[in-house]
Design a protein around this ligand. Structure first.
Ligand code: ADP
Ligand code: ZN
Ligand code: ZN
Length: 741
């Protein structure tokens, strides 16, 4: 037998599989990790077996040994990795690495064991105690007898800190026995059981279609407002999978992967649930991976990368909030979890269920126009939950009336009423810090980051200026660095300022703020949310962190402090983002028996998107936005490719970028041919919107291509042009980037 092995060296020069002979005494399978001699020095190197063949024409070296007693990667995952390497043009190795936890690397065994003690079978504790002279030994014996069964050695050491030699004596005498057990760290605290409600007719119909009509490899989109019962539909579909002996993966955006979400799945499926998110320790992640692999965990709830979980006999992948940008990986391999999930269900013969209140334009057009996805709807919120009323507050009118506070009169009144009744409220603003920028009133200079081409954000609590791109920070200067004037003034509002103004107006109300500044330490995130849930705080102020997935029954008012922060982003996605955000935020209000209210503050009350959000009319928004996109040939009608070049020297970089763009244009036109040439809508080289970050200059080549049959060839031509560059110069490639700064 011969094995094709991808070695664990992240370099394109050794990216192809190498053939090794499998010695007779070894039994290896595809997907197994092995140790092989590699290179001129025959260094023992780790690698993955990607395939096996019976013959090989050239002489080859032998595999040294297998690193695990089982294949770390299943056959369907191997196929998926191959697809990823091709589709996203990354190293085979990097695609394989996605399938295994980072801790599973190298030759030492990462499985943690814990020592357990117990009385040796047949030993009579009372009789033995008489024969023992050492009081410590007698104490240990009584402890062990009291516990009855095996117990962790750690517990004995906590009870009797200095008993090691006495314990050794007892083990030697054969009175106690010690053994090591595999330790599984369980990241889930609460698995309190809950029961399923009886589903509404609309929910039952959705479940029926997913379970009975959807065929292997097919995708359905469940479109329903927040609170319409989508999660209950997922739970019922997963239950059906489990009953058929299959497993399920549930993807949720990282930010929505709250203890509450996890509790909902654990409540229904108990110990069969595994979780995978970025707050797990490497050890916890490794243990969850082993539980999934072993088949003990059959429902995997996780963020983006859980799409690679080693679930066997996969029946269903659920992707909640499918429109979320966090499903796009921001580092290489730059995969999108939705595309990977579609591929995986096709490989495994599973089904894919997407869910959202505000599907992305691409997804919704695939469902209603191309009809690639089955569309399922939940048009109403479940019993007794009405949609919140949405008011729009015109901030221009506030200013005209002399109100310079961050709160419109409508919002201030609503806060007084709601909080006065003892109910809770949330205030949402997509900008952390105190003020967006600080400028000098004498000379107009804006305080900017020394390393980046951006203004610094004022963080008042620490009284520092902070760069949100490179995190550089310095104390707020007392005088203007350009003209030495003392008249510095801050502009723009951040979450800290909202909190300050609120506390001034409502000194008796307990407030919490949640943004990436306040939840840096481990556990802070859970604590802030827990306090709000328990009513210890009555108002929660936050960035998009609070917009997603939380279900607080006592929240009856949501204020959007400035809808314009997202609406005015220089990005074709800004309207879609704003609509999604306003809808998500509105979904936080009035979840249980109390009616909800939403107040959206804006300087653009006439903007159509604000109107659609106010009416909570997704269909109208979809048709409007599709027209806008068609006018300008934006995705989904076209594909954007952004190549981001970075370098030390602005002039050199700009020259490189311009030359590259010119060459690329020639190559693309050759690939497309005369008839296909119009598909190249745009190709330009220019400085990136933020031309410098952390001291590095940034230039971008933007390419816009019409969706035609030749798209794939055109993309491959772009990939090849990038690959042909020296590794140091190679740009960062993104297809339809979600951020374009
Ligand atoms: P979504 O995922 O669409 O936001 P959920 O599934 O979370 O909606 O449902 C919203 C609320 O309604 C939850 O508290 C849920 O327990 C409850 N709920 C959902 N379906 C039913 C049902 N059929 N009967 C009673 N309560 C339900
Ligand atoms: Zn100045
Ligand atoms: Zn900076």
């Amino acid at each position: 037998m011969f094995a094709q092995v991808v070695v664990d060296i992240a370099h394109s020069a050794v990216g192809r599989p190498y053939t090794y002979a499998v010695p007779d005494h070894l039994c290896v399978e595809a997907g197994q990790r092995v140790l092989v001699p590699f290179g001129a020095g025959n260094r023992a190197t780790e690698g993955f077996v990607v395939s096996l063949t019976a013959a090989c024409d050239t002489p080859c070296k032998e595999i040294l040994r297998a690193l695990d007693p089982y294949p770390a990667i299943h056959a369907d995952q191997l196929a998926l990795a191959l697809w990823i390497a091709e589709t996203y043009r990354c190293l085979h190795l990097d695609a394989l690495r996605l399938m295994v936890p980072p801790l599973l690397r190298g030759t030492d065994n990462k499985v943690k064991h814990e020592k357990f003690l117990c009385l040796t079978a047949g030993v009579d504790a009372d009789a033995s105690e008489i024969g023992l002279r050492s009081p410590v030994q007698r104490e240990i014996l009584r402890f062990a007898a009291g516990r009855g069964q095996a117990f962790p050695k750690k517990e004995l050491l906590d009870f009797l800190p200095d008993c090691n030699s006495a314990l050794a004596a007892l083990l030697k005498k054969g009175i106690l026995r010690e053994d090591a057990r595999e330790l599984y760290r369980d990241p889930i605290g609460d698995r309190a059981a809950t029961t399923a409600p009886s589903l509404t007719a609309a929910q039952r119909e959705a479940v029926r279609i997913v379970c009975e009509e959807l065929r292997s490899g097919e995708t359905a989109l469940l479109h329903g407002v927040t609170g319409s019962g989508k999660t209950e539909v997922y739970l019922a579909c997963i239950d059906d999978c489990l009953q058929r002996g299959q497993t399920a993966i549930v993807l949720v955006p990282e930010i929505a992967l709250t203890p509450q979400t996890v509790a909902r799945f654990c409540g229904r499926f108990g110990t069969r649930v595994a979780v995978l998110h970025s707050r797990l320790s490497p050890g916890e992640r490794f243990d969850e991976w082993r539980r999934i692999r072993a088949g003990t965990a059959r429902v995997i709830v996780g963020a983006r990368s859980a799409v690679f979980a080693p679930a066997r006999n996969l029946g269903l992948i659920v992707m909640d909030e499918e429109h979320e940008t966090s499903y796009q990986s921001e580092k290489s391999p730059r995969y999108h979890a939705l595309e990977v999930a579609r591929q995986r269900v096709q490989i495994c013969g599973a089904r894919l269920l997407l869910g959202s209140a505000t599907p992305s334009l691409t997804t919704y057009s695939r469902a209603v126009i191309a009809k690639n996805y089955r569309l399922l709807r939940l048009d109403e919120r479940v019993v007794a939950l009405s949609m919140p009323e949405v008011y729009v507050a015109d901030m221009r009118a506030e200013l005209a009336a002399g109100n310079t506070s961050v709160f419109s009169r409508a919002l201030a009144d609503a806060l007084t009423e709601t909080l006065g009744r003892g109910e809770q409220a949330m205030l949402f603003l997509n900008r952390r810090g105190y003020a967006t920028f600080v400028s000098c009133r004498a000379c107009g200079a804006v305080l900017t980051c020394p390393n980046c081409d951006v203004s610094l954000t004022h963080h008042k609590l620490e009284n520092r200026m902070r760069c949100h791109y490179c995190n550089a920070n310095a104390p707020l200067p007392s005088r203007c660095p350009s003209c030495n004037s003392p008249h510095l003034k801050s502009f723009g509002v951040g979450t800290q300022q909202v909190q300050e103004q609120f506390e001034k107006q409502f000194p008796q109300i307990a407030v919490a703020r949640m943004d990436s500044d306040t939840v840096t330490e481990k556990g802070a995130y859970e604590r802030v949310l827990g306090d709000f849930r328990d009513g210890k705080t009555q108002l929660l102020i936050g960035t998009q962190m609070i917009a997603k997935g939380h279900d607080f029954p006592n929240v009856t008012l949501v204020g959007v402090v400035a809808a314009d922060t997202t609406l005015n982003l220089p990005n074709y996605l800004s309207r879609e983002r704003t609509f999604q955000l306003l809808t998500q935020v509105a979904g936080r209000s009035g979840r249980q028996n109390l009616p909800g209210r939403v107040i959206v503050q804006t300087y653009n009350p006439q903007h159509p998107v604000i109107g659609f959000a106010q009416a909570q009319d997704y269909e109208a928004f979809f048709h409007y936005e599709m027209m806008e996109r068609r006018k300008c040939c934006l995705p989904p009608f076209s594909v954007f490719v952004r190549l981001l070049f970075t370098g030390e020297d602005a002039m050199k970089l700009s020259a490189l970028c311009t030359d590259f763009a010119m060459e690329l244009e020639k190559k693309l036109l050759a690939v497309l041919g005369e008839s296909g040439a119009p598909a190249l809508l745009h190709l330009s080289a220019a400085p990136a919107p933020v031309a410098r970050i952390a001291g590095k200059c940034r230039q971008q080549v933007l390419i816009k291509l019409l969706r035609t049959k030749q798209l794939r060839d055109a993309l491959y031509c772009i990939y090849a042009a990038c690959d042909a560059l020296d590794a140091r110069l190679r740009p960062n490639l993104e297809v339809n980037p979600t951020e374009m700064y």
